[in-house]
Design a protein. Structure first.
Length: 424
């Protein structure tokens, strides 16, 4: 970081104006030139400014100390080790503040974006992101790498997948130099694969996921290898290659068992359930979904609800309507037990409402819910799979009531939504 940028950042961090900083030392116009890196002040002036801004003259000498702490914190966050990340937060903050180094504080502010996202606090991450946005021009390439990577993560959590992928690609351009590691390259490739999958860019997703897998295997990172296999399974499933998808899931399962990762095992079992359902092997599908729910016992509510919804659907496909109703009621129970469950997880409120009405044959209320709320909601969210399925349900409802014109309209909408999803 250049001297002028360092002084300006320290001034703003202390909440001082240029007038307050320059008073009794130099003119405001001269301070402005220093901050814009147009002039280099004398040693005497520099020492006076350092004293006023509480900057240690030897701040850069302490960099290895604070930087090591920052990177330990970052590693804990990348590994999703929440207890370790929480424990390190206060220590890293103190180390960076005590260093008197503006560069240390910028790194801390950048890493806070990742920290709040790890804790699921999107508002905190947005606030942290805003605090560094105006500093982009002063950042080194290494800092800019983290800037783009963390902004990509933030956009991904906000479901802005195009923006997320753009940020990851900007980060990829900066992933170079001696500090680059295979683990870092693998992590970025995996994140890019995730964003690509959300955008249904399957060829691009396969490329990123295969690169992430190769790098992770070379580092003997079994957890990340398992995650890559899951993503590759989803890619092959979307391309209609079900057997390849099953193979990747089984490899993911083996790696997840070796590291005893219940979160990953829950995800793998869920995906195996989906694949078995596609092969009409309903008994096996149900078993995998039930296994997934066991592993997800302590998982976030969203993770449990998506598996319960899948269980409802596979029971419906197998014409086990009583069991489907039981799974619907379990979903409702979990929504009602959670604080603000229905409002914070509105999409699942819609899903379980639809199946409750469908299984009770309440066509009048089902039509109203599908037409007025569910289909428009999932279209707006670009969840075209769900929107297409529910348009088909509505068409079926009209067919049962012999309203053939409306049925044809919604069958056509269902097909159009599938084409939108697949890009055909």
């Amino acid at each position: 970081m250049k001297l002028g940028d360092r002084l300006k950042f320290a001034r703003l961090m202390k909440g001082l104006t240029q007038e307050e900083t320059a008073e009794g030392i130099i003119s405001v116009s001269y301070l402005s030139k220093i901050e814009n890196n147009q002039v280099i002040p004398s040693q005497e002036v520099l020492e006076c400014l350092f004293r006023r801004l509480d900057i240690r003259p030897g701040g850069n000498e302490t960099m290895p100390s604070w930087f090591e702490w920052v990177m330990s914190w970052y590693k804990a966050m990348t590994n999703r080790d929440v207890p370790a990340a929480r424990e390190l937060y206060k220590t890293v903050k103190e180390r960076c503040e005590q260093s008197g180094d503006a560069e240390a504080m910028i790194y801390f502010q950048l890493m806070r974006i990742r920290y709040w996202l790890l804790l699921g606090d999107k508002k905190g991450a947005e606030t942290a992101a805003q605090s560094v946005r105006d500093w982009y021009g002063s950042l080194s390439d290494d800092m800019r790498y983290y800037y783009w990577k963390f902004f990509g993560l933030l956009y991904y959590c906000q479901e802005k997948y195009d923006d997320a992928l753009h940020c990851y690609q900007k980060a990829e351009e900066l992933l170079k130099g001696e500090w680059k590691t295979s683990r870092e390259e693998a992590d970025l490739a995996y994140l890019s694969a995730l964003a690509s999958s959300r955008l249904w860019k399957w060829f691009q997703c396969l490329q990123y996921a295969e690169r992430a897998l190769a790098l992770s295997q070379a580092e003997y990172d079994l957890r990340r290898s398992a995650e890559c296999h899951v993503l590759l399974a989803i890619c092959h499933r979307r391309c209609g290659e079900i057997d390849k998808a099953v193979d990747h899931c089984l490899l993911a399962q083996k790696a997840a068992r070796m590291v005893e990762d219940r979160r990953l095992l829950g995800i793998v079992e869920h995906n195996l359930g989906h694949l078995k359902g596609m092969k009409r092997q309903y008994r096996e599908a149900v078993q995998h979904y039930e296994n997934s729910l066991i592993y997800k016992e302590d998982a976030p509510l969203d993770a449990r609800l998506i598996t319960l919804l899948s269980l409802v659907r596979v029971h419906c496909d197998a014409k086990h309507y009583r069991k489907a109703s039981m799974a619907v009621e379990e979903g409702w129970k979990q929504l009602e037990q959670a604080p603000n469950g229905a409002s914070e997880h509105y999409e699942y409120y819609l899903h379980f409402s639809i199946y409750r009405l469908l299984l009770s044959a309440d066509d009048e209320r089902l039509e109203r819910l599908l037409k007025q709320e569910a289909i428009p909601y999932f279209q707006k969210k670009k969840e075209y799979d769900d929107a297409s399925l529910y348009a088909e349900y509505l068409a079926d409802c009209y067919m049962r009531r012999r309203q053939y014109k409306q049925a044809a309209q919604y069958y056509q909408l269902s097909c159009a939504l599938l084409r939108t999803q697949t890009g055909v």
